[in-house]
Design a protein. Structure first.
Length: 148
């Protein structure tokens, strides 16, 4: 553990959407810089995902992530977020590692927030030489630095 690392025994990791407050989730994702979708849209996305993970500290949602998978060889990781006050202490790594452990043997693709690439590189991820995307709001993605 690094000197900034936190004790994960203080956190509850939950793998179901059953009791999620999606307004709280939408706020966490927005605070983390991951788009501005409303609670209803976030609920559809997380409930439609194959793997979900929510992290709570004292009943407050402080982290999340989700993945889509074909169950065989391809998967995609989305919406990995940690409350700003807890970033840099190992919680993001714990979320990603827990999700990836359920995707063993599969290629996992995702796009990192601009500037967060080193975080994923530390987890063994590499940049792709090719990659294409069709975005619903390309002007927003261009403004945020994801595309030229």
């Amino acid at each position: 553990m690094t000197e900034n690392a936190i004790d994960f025994n203080d956190f509850e990791f939950v793998s179901t959407t059953a009791d999620v407050d999606f307004t709280e989730l939408a706020e966490l994702l927005q605070q983390s810089g991951l788009a501005d979708f409303d609670a209803e849209t976030r609920q559809r996305a997380f409930e439609g995902s194959d793997i979900v993970l929510f992290v709570y500290l004292d009943d407050q949602l402080v982290g999340c992530g989700r993945a889509l998978s074909d169950g065989a060889y391809e998967a995609a990781l989305y919406d990995v977020a940690v409350a700003p006050k807890l970033q840099g202490q190992g919680l993001g790594r714990a979320i990603v590692e827990r999700i990836l452990s359920q995707l063993e043997g599969q290629n996992v693709i995702f796009f990192a927030s601009v500037g967060k690439e080193p975080f994923y590189q530390k987890l063994g991820c590499t940049r792709m030489k090719t990659g294409m995307a069709r975005f619903a709001r390309p002007e927003r993605m261009r403004a945020r630095g994801y595309i030229d």
